[in-house]
Design a protein around this ligand. Structure first.
Ligand code: GAL
Length: 655
């Protein structure tokens, strides 16, 4: 069964509300409640003085209503006494200053004192609640980004990390290319985090050093997760453990962070205001597939949009009717098996008092509660859905190294790693093709088409794997800004771009034009004209054929997109960043050559995926727009209201 939950903060409400809240939840069909993630000061109000009675009571109440608990470790927000008494537990920001611990998330996850206290509170919780039937799962901390603290503990940890990696300082100097600007290190202690004072920005620092720094920050957060995980498992070896991911400023390598966890979790806040620009990439389908890729299996939504957001910003637009349900169903259509809505009731105090949950401050049932009821009734009726998953014949490689490097050095004005990934992804959704977003090193044998956008920092193994994959009769798609850097983050020399891919793609790039926000046009050999922007590679064909050429600028007539026969398969090279239709038409052609079935008549903004197992299949159609839409599917006319999801079963029944 697909489980529905809500996020609840009992410590923020008067005790008299707990019972009635649990009862209302149970009546709606809520099966899981996520609690505890920010409750440290209520659990340990003074150093080494614990108060678990209230939490015991909350858990008892929910258990009486057959609602299971996802228990959060409260480590995101240590109590004030800790910061006051042990100031070294507070993070230092990127300007090297200690934060003012007045909001949340200010603890330094490398501070030994903090870790000691964290261990003790988690031990207490795990000893008390671990293995209890009422505890469905554990959530570690909250929205852990990669750790960019610059305190002395973190600095030291970075030095040790570098020493472990390079063994000698000479090797580090060589890898980072420190001869530039007299940057050679002669001692490990000279290695410090990038401090951003005097208007400095991270892209002023050596990119190879920055790449390793980002790798270190990510590993540091992953280690912290492992640390918490092992404490819980000491008391409950069978505990189901997750953490709630998000895509903020510092995205860690979630694939490695989730390795020791049982299930991936995500906080899903799709937009309530839909952009007017038809080229805008706003669908959360991409991140949902990215999250499914963390463990390459179904996942949980630990916070799902339950009302207009409004924390630390003006209040966002209200959800239009159907949107809340539609977005939750969209998550299910991408592999969510549990959806927990944020939050039961809007906070009455604190910075998030206007970040709306399901219930407004008035505490009366409302349209969102009515929608939630409909949603629960609907998902509960779909027998077998949680036994299905998304089986894909197409995949896209997402690599944190590219994310870190491109984020640190935007290749042209407005250039972002995610843009082209989202363009490919949206095309797949609109063609009704499941796509997995996978980390490097994943076995490719189950796929027919693999897309590798902006493979900027090269790992030779991946190159060899892609050559073998194409050679065996499959399609590989490589784009601009691939093959630029070695694995250390320094540029590859003595070879035309895309360097390591010139053989696979049968082409070489003679010149590049970082056109930024300017727009130009390309024309495909089939006659289609598409707008391109951001970047233009001037591609010369060696063994490949042109697929599209530039129409504008001094390089009009030069190839922009090419295809090369490689062994039994093909390699495409896309030398620019195009409008949505370019990706749709390219992927339509590639999928039909690769024998992957497509639906080629879905209007823009309609997304379709399939969840299945050998015995059953559910095809989802989601209207991710504000306008009603219609199309013909298998000779039947299908209409979708804004944000409506329709599901077709294998036996041809619409549910
Ligand atoms: C998430 C966070 C929640 C809450 C929510 C509302 O990022 O995990 O605790 O702040 O945002 O915006």
């Amino acid at each position: 069964m697909i489980l529905t939950g809500v996020d609840y903060y009992p410590e923020q409400w008067d005790e008299s509300l707990w019972e009635s809240d649990a009862e209302r939840m149970a009546v709606l069909g809520i099966r899981v409640v996520r609690i505890g993630e920010f409750a440290w000061s209520a659990l340990e109000p003074e150093e080494n003085t614990f108060h678990f009675e209230w939490l015991d009571k909350v858990i008892q109440i929910f258990t009486r209503y057959h609602i299971s608990i996802i228990l959060g470790t409260p480590t995101n927000c240590p109590p004030r006494w800790m910061f006051q008494k042990y100031p070294e537990t507070v993070q230092q920001n990127q300007s090297g200053q200690r934060l003012q611990p007045n909001i949340r998330g200010e603890r330094c996850i490398s501070s030994p004192v903090f870790l000691k206290f964290a261990e003790r509170i988690i031990e207490n919780m795990a000893a008390r609640y671990g293995g209890k039937e009422s505890i469905y799962a554990w959530q570690i901390d909250n929205e852990l980004e990669s750790n960019h603290c610059t305190c002395s503990y973190c600095t030291h940890a970075f030095q040790k990390w570098a020493e472990k990696k390079y063994k000698t300082i000479q090797k580090l100097n060589k890898a980072w290319g420190t001869a530039m600007w007299s940057g050679t290190y002669s001692d490990w202690e000279q290695i410090e985090p990038p401090i951003l004072t005097e208007g400095r920005k991270t892209d002023w620092y050596n990119p190879a050093y920055m790449l390793d720094y980002e790798r270190f920050c990510s590993e540091s957060s992953a280690e912290y997760v492992q640390f918490q995980c092992s404490i819980i498992r000491r008391y409950d070896p069978n505990a189901v453990i997750t953490t709630n991911s998000c895509f903020g400023k510092y995205t860690p390598d979630y694939h490695s962070m989730y390795q020791t966890l049982n299930v991936a979790g995500y906080d899903n806040y799709p937009p309530t205001a839909i952009p007017d620009d038809p080229q805008a990439l706003y669908s959360n389908a991409f991140v949902l597939d990215l999250v499914r890729g963390f463990k390459q299996k179904n996942f949980w939504i630990l916070e799902q949009l339950g009302g207009p957001m409004g924390c630390w910003m003006p209040i966002k637009k209200q959800l239009v009717p159907g949107m809340m349900n539609g977005y939750a169903m969209q998550a299910v259509a991408h592999g969510a098996d549990l959806v927990s809505f944020f939050r039961w009731r809007t906070a009455a105090s604190g910075a998030e008092m206007f970040c709306y949950g399901l219930l407004n401050h008035d505490n009366h049932d409302n349209a969102r509660i009515a929608e939630l009821k409909e949603y629960i009734q609907r998902v509960n009726k779909i027998n077998g859905l949680s036994d299905t998953s998304l089986i894909s014949q197409a995949a896209m490689i997402y690599s944190p190294d590219q994310e870190y490097s491109i984020k640190n050095q935007a290749q042209s004005e407005g250039f972002a790693y995610w843009t082209q990934m989202r363009l490919f992804h949206e095309a797949c959704m609109n063609l009704g093709v499941n796509i997995d977003i996978i980390p490097e090193g994943t076995d490719l044998s189950k796929y027919k088409t693999v897309i590798v956008p902006e493979y900027f920092v090269v790992h030779q193994k991946t190159v060899e794997q892609l050559e073998e994959f194409a050679g065996n009769g499959n399609s590989v798609i490589i784009t601009n800004r691939s093959g630029v850097k070695d694995e250390n983050g320094c540029c590859i020399i003595n070879d035309y771009l895309p360097t390591v891919f010139t053989k696979l793609c049968g082409c070489h790039v003679t010149e590049t034009d970082a056109i930024g926000t300017l727009k130009q046009r390309i024309r495909s050999v089939h006659g289609g004209v598409y707008q391109v922007t951001s970047w233009c590679d001037l591609v010369e064909c060696d063994t490949c054929e042109p697929v599209a050429e530039y129409l504008d600028s001094w390089y009009a007539g030069t190839a922009a997109v090419t295809v090369n026969k490689y062994g039994k398969g093909k390699a495409y090279y896309i030398g620019t960043v195009g409008e949505k239709n370019l990706y749709r038409s390219l992927m339509l052609e590639i999928f039909s050559q690769d024998g992957i079935p497509t639906i080629d008549n879905l209007p823009a903004g309609i997304e379709s995926t399939v969840r299945s197992n050998p015995n059953m299949q559910f095809r989802f159609f989601f209207n991710n727009t504000e306008k009603a839409a219609g199309f013909i599917y298998h000779h039947e006319s299908v209409s979708l209201k804004p944000f409506e999801m329709k599901i077709l079963t294998q036996s041809g029944e619409w549910i």
